[in-house]
Design a protein around this ligand. Structure first.
Ligand SMILES: CCCCCCCCCCCC(=O)SCCNC(=O)CCNC(=O)[C@H](O)C(C)(C)COP(=O)(O)OP(=O)(O)OC[C@H]1O[C@@H](n2cnc3c(N)ncnc32)[C@H](O)[C@@H]1OP(=O)(O)O
Length: 185
């Protein structure tokens, strides 16, 4: 079974901007406490990303035992986080903050614990604030490593203004430090 997602016809394709890291170079974290990529999030997935050629980015994830869903295989939600994160990083090309509006995943093959997954993502086009992305995953290390695509994803990201997160900034450590919506950060 595969996605029924169709791209609108009238999309513009972004080009690689000068500020974007060179192919092979690391992309910066977007938020240190992010569950997907933050280095100040001990329970997180600590994914890292690099710029690829053109407008593509890639990221890696080692499937830890704690990411288990079905017996011996990755949880679908964990895979979804990785796709969300990778496609979000592909949107870094624009240099403005984004959030995920829509995300869909096709789970094509089982992914054993201990596998190392490589995710590749890019923007397929944009119109106004809407950025359309796609990504796929392969197992690059592990008992079933190979060229087969084991999962694919499509996303819609929306550009936001920096103040989008202002009402939530008091909650970054999980406890409100002031009534919701009253942050001065
Ligand atoms: C350097 C930095 C790097 C940044 C790197 C970032 C990496 C981040 C990786 C993790 C990302 C996340 O997990 S983010 C966390 C999960 N996501 C969220 O929390 C988002 C929660 N949702 C929202 O806040 C809101 O719904 C928004 C911002 C997505 C949209 O609200 P809005 O701003 O009021 O915009 P709205 O008018 O509703 O919609 C604008 C247009 O988008 C369309 N649209 C909106 N949502 C959808 C949708 N689900 N499916 C289809 N279309 C949609 C509308 O039809 C409209 O089209 P038209 O009429 O214009 O044609």
């Amino acid at each position: 079974m595969s996605s029924t997602w169709t791209l609108p016809d009238d999309l513009d394709l972004p080009t690689r901007p000068d500020f974007f890291p060179a192919p092979g170079e690391a992309l910066p974290q977007h938020w240190s406490k992010c569950f997907g990529c933050g280095d100040d999030q001990p329970s997180g997935m600590a994914m890292t990303f690099i710029a690829e050629e053109g407008i593509e980015v890639s990221g890696r994830l080692t499937v830890a035992n704690r990411y288990q869903g079905g017996p011996g295989v990755i949880h679908g939600g964990i895979l979804s986080v990785a796709f969300d994160e990778t496609q979000g990083m592909a949107c870094m090309l624009l240099g403005v903050p984004v959030v995920t509006g829509h995300l869909e995943i096709d789970f094509a093959k089982p992914i054993p614990l201990g596998s190392v997954l490589e995710f590749r993502a890019r923007m397929d086009g944009m119109t106004g604030r809407k950025l359309y992305t796609s990504a796929e995953a392969r197992i690059v290390e592990g008992p079933t490593a190979g060229d087969d695509v084991v999962a694919t994803s499509r996303g819609l990201f929306l550009t936001i203004k920096p103040e989008h997160f202002t009402p939530m900034k008091d909650f970054v450590d999980g406890e409100a430090t002031s009534p919701f919506g009253s942050s001065t950060l």
